[in-house]
Write a protein that binds this ligand. Structure first.
Ligand code: PTJ
Length: 261
């Protein structure tokens, strides 16, 4: 990994970019994952590279739903394994959720490499999706393979940084789908039951904090949070946030003022 000086004004952005490149070089992240990351970066710029109120609201509803779930599963893909391996394990533990490696561009080699990466952070962690025997109806080829004890059986599934097709197929299977996606306009964002429009590097640690806080809430309190939640409003609020932010920037002037001589 290229060493980036901490003093660099874009340190964190470059740091995670290097993580994704490293993930690809290790054989975890798909080449298309680099493109997906760039798209995420662009939306993060528009949002302001921070967790906005609409995302916080969505995270709270997601955590409430996951705490109430009978069989919650968190899906792991190549981008997630490169960016937040440790944080994914922490979140699964805080929620008592299972982890399933589920890849869009599935190869057995990638599954194995991702499992090895995750086990660096917890050698005992249970990982599903290694030998999946079930298939998501309507999804062709490798990407539809799921674990009988994982996504197949799950009532609530977290599918971050996901392709819209698979999100839709999971919704059609009757799953409650939670996604983390920086693009509020993506098919995944619009298909999911709860959409967290935030960078996964910020969202997962915050969700873990929320899970630890909310695990003592009563069933009624958790149900109320879910009932009051409106995903359509969340997505609208994100778009309004971007619009207002861009208007403010355009009116205030963001360019370096320079006198031409
Ligand atoms: O590892 P695989 O084989 O399962 O493949 C993973 C990718 C990401 C290549 C695959 O799922 C894919 O093609 O996804 P899409 O359709 O490009 O969607 C990924 C979405 O994640 C895009 O809408 C991005 O804006 C968003 N995204 C990218 N990086 C982040 C992100 N959202 C949150 N946090 C990020 N760091």
């Amino acid at each position: 990994m290229v060493k980036i000086p901490k003093s660099h004004p874009r340190y964190w952005s470059l740091y995670y970019r290097e993580k994704i490149i490293e993930g690809m070089e290790k054989g975890m992240t798909a080449k298309a994952g680099l493109i997906a990351h760039g798209r995420g970066e662009a939306f993060d710029y528009l949002i302001g590279e921070r967790t906005i109120e609409a995302a916080e609201r969505a995270m709270k509803a997601a955590v409430a739903k996951l705490l109430l779930a009978k069989h919650p599963v968190i899906s792991v893909n190549g981008n997630v394994a490169a960016l937040v391996p440790k944080e994914t394990i922490e979140l699964a533990k805080a929620l008592n959720a299972k982890l399933e490696i589920n890849l869009f561009y599935r190869t057995e080699e990638r599954v194995k490499t991702i499992a090895e990466e995750l086990r660096k952070y917890d050698p005992e962690i249970e990982l599903l999706g290694i030998n999946p025997t079930k298939r998501i109806p309507g999804l062709e080829h490798e990407r539809g393979k799921v674990d009988e004890n994982g996504i197949w059986k799950a009532d609530v599934v977290v599918v971050p940084l996901e392709d819209g097709d698979r999100t839709e197929a999971l919704v059609n299977m009757g799953k409650f789908v939670i996604t983390v996606d920086l693009n509020p306009l993506s098919r995944s964002a619009r298909m999911a039951d709860i959409t967290i429009v935030d960078n996964i590097v910020r969202a997962y640690p915050r969700m873990t904090e929320l899970a630890r806080e909310m695990k003592d809430y009563s069933r009624d309190e958790l149900m109320k949070i879910i009932e009051d939640y409106d995903n359509g409003k969340t997505l609208s609020d994100v778009l309004i946030h971007i619009r207002d932010r861009l208007t403010k920037l355009a009116e205030g002037g963001i360019w370096r003022k320079k006198t031409l001589e």
